[in-house]
Structure formats: structure tokens, C-alpha cells
Design a protein. Structure first.
Length: 312
């Protein structure tokens, strides 16, 4: 069993979390989140070229006559291109696709490649096209953050209900508040990381990110309840102090929590490095959230119970 004094060294863990949370708040205040077209409105088009592939400059020059507002061209690791621009009509979407087909055909024909009977389409493929209006984007943003708030409130009520028979030395509501502080810690740090990634690497926040945050909330609160449940079991039969009882309970579940998170992260990191580009941001948010959630369940939620006890 690991001889780790979590609660007795709580000032160290809480200080680390305070620094991370403050840094996240500063990043969010300075840069905010880089919201994608799901929230701001716009169009996203992913295309694939065969044979000779154009550069981003050639694609931009080819589409210059179509007056696409806020055009962003991103090459991916899967040898495709993601084009982002303001919302367009379906007729403009067809013009963009046709223009890219001609560009691909010209590049391959000029290099001596034989153009098949189906012409331009043999070297060009449109993989997906998504379009979201600005009003729908605002509604999605509002509903997404309202959902997060509702989930947090329900988690407090659930934890307080589950631990309603635990009244000494702290009340059941203290368990719920400790759990919600740990969850707020997890979400804030993930948001801070994505604020930095959005500022320097153009990583966007879309609806899959909200799904990742909700998943992190569920995973983290489950891990926290496992620790709290062991504390609840040990309290009636423990003749030790409240601090030592919590430390003993954490030791009993520590290896289990670390192993569970480690195996989950192995799968997520495999998807992150070897999976498709379209789900990488989702997996990245999950990976960061699960890592931070495991930390908060052990080093934040339980020490907070001691702070409530001392304050009382």
C-alpha cells in the first residue's frame, strides 16, 4: 500500500490546483475560447485530392473569385484539406466544389497524368460539408452551457442524496459541494488548456467538445464518489481521527483509481495519435479531463472535507 499522506499535505495539492485554475482563468479572460462554426455559424468543407495535390496557396488563389469570407484552409495529417468560411448558399457550395475539381484536374493533366473518363472527379473527392447559421450557432452555445450548469446542479443534489445518512463530522451537503468544486476544477482547467490551444494553434471548440466535457464530468464524479463511499464505510468503524480515516480510505482506492484512469488514457492516446483528424479535439479534451479528474478526485475533493470540518 502506498504511504501517501494526501490530507496532511493538502496545502501542496490545493496550491497546485489554485495555480492551475488561476492560470486557466487568466487565459480565458485574455483569449477566450476559439468557437467553431457550430457556435458562430459558417461552413466547413473537407476535401481530398488524388495524384498531384495542390498547396494551400493554390487552393486559396483558385477560390479567390468566389469571394468566400473568412476563408481558412487547414491541411490534415490524413492528406485532406479542411476549408472553413462564412455560411454560403447551396449554389455557392457547388461552385466551390466545381472549382476545386478543375484545379485538381489541371494539376494532374499538366503533369502528364491521364485524366479518366469521369474527368475531374477522379482526382477530387468531397468528404463532408457542414453549414450552420449564426442564429443556430448562438442557440447551440446557449443550450450547451445551460446543459453544463444543469448537470452540475443535479450532481450536487445526487451526491447529497446518496450521502444523506452521513452527518458526522461533516454533513452530506459538504460531500456534494466538495464534489462540485472538484468538477469545476476539472472543467476550468480543460477550458484553460483549450484557450491556449485556440490562441496559438487554432484549435476550435465545437459541439463534440461539449460532449467531451459532459463525459469528463461523469467520469470525474464517479471517481470522486468511489473515494467518498470508502470514507463513508470507514467512518462508523474507525477509531482514528477524521483526517487519518480519509487518508486510509484514499490509500485503499488509490491504486484502483490510477489503474482505471491509466488504461482509459492508453486507449484515448492511441486514438489521439493514430485516429482521424475529425475526432482529435474531442479525444484531447477527454484525455486532459480524465487526467485532471483523477487528480481532483483524490487530491482535491477529500481534502476539502477536512477544510469543511475545521471551519465548522
Amino acid at each position: 500500500m502506498i504511504n501517501l499522506k494526501v490530507v496532511k499535505n493538502r496545502k501542496i495539492w490545493l496550491s497546485i490546483s489554485a495555480i492551475l485554475m488561476t492560470s486557466s482563468l487568466v487565459c480565458l479572460f485574455l483569449w477566450g475560447l476559439n468557437f467553431g462554426i457550430d457556435f458562430t455559424g459558417g461552413s466547413l468543407m473537407e476535401v481530398k485530392f488524388s495524384g498531384n495535390k495542390p498547396s494551400t496557396v493554390e487552393i486559396r488563389d483558385n477560390l479567390s473569385d468566389l469571394n468566400l469570407n473568412s476563408l481558412i484552409i487547414q491541411p490534415t495529417e490524413n492528406e485532406t484539406f479542411i476549408l472553413k468560411f462564412k455560411e454560403i448558399e447551396n449554389s455557392s457550395h457547388v461552385q466551390v466544389a466545381e472549382s476545386l475539381k478543375r484545379l485538381s484536374a489541371d494539376l494532374n493533366s499538366s503533369s502528364g497524368e491521364e485524366v479518366a473518363s469521369d474527368g475531374q472527379e477522379s482526382f477530387f473527392e468531397e468528404l463532408r460539408f457542414d453549414s450552420v447559421g449564426p442564429s443556430i450557432g448562438k442557440e447551440l452555445k446557449s443550450k450547451s452551457f445551460n446543459t453544463l450548469a444543469i448537470v452540475l446542479v443535479l450532481i450536487v443534489l445526487y451526491v447529497a442524496l446518496v450521502f444523506r445518512k452521513v452527518s458526522k463530522p461533516v454533513s452530506s451537503w459538504n460531500y456534494g459541494i466538495s464534489a462540485i468544486v472538484a468538477l469545476f476544477h476539472d472543467v476550468l482547467i480543460v477550458l484553460g488548456v483549450f484557450a491556449v490551444l485556440g490562441r496559438f494553434y487554432g484549435v476550435e471548440v465545437n459541439t463534440p467538445f461539449i460532449a467531451a466535457i459532459l463525459t469528463v464530468l461523469g467520469y470525474s464524479v464517479n471517481d470522486t464518489i468511489i473515494v467518498f463511499d470508502r470514507i463513508r464505510e470507514n467512518l462508523p468503524k474507525s477509531e482514528d481521527s477524521f483526517i487519518n480515516t480519509i487518508d486510509k480510505s484514499i490509500k485503499q482506492v488509490l491504486i484502483r483509481s490510477i489503474n482505471t484512469s491509466f488504461t482509459t488514457l492508453l486507449v484515448l492516446l492511441s486514438i489521439l495519435f493514430f485516429g482521424g483528424a475529425t475526432i482529435k479535439d474531442f479525444v484531447l479534451a477527454l484525455s486532459i479531463g480524465i487526467f485532471v479528474g483523477t487528480y481532483s478526485s483524490i487530491f482535491i475533493a477529500s481534502p476539502l472535507l477536512v477544510l469543511f470540518d475545521k471551519k465548522k
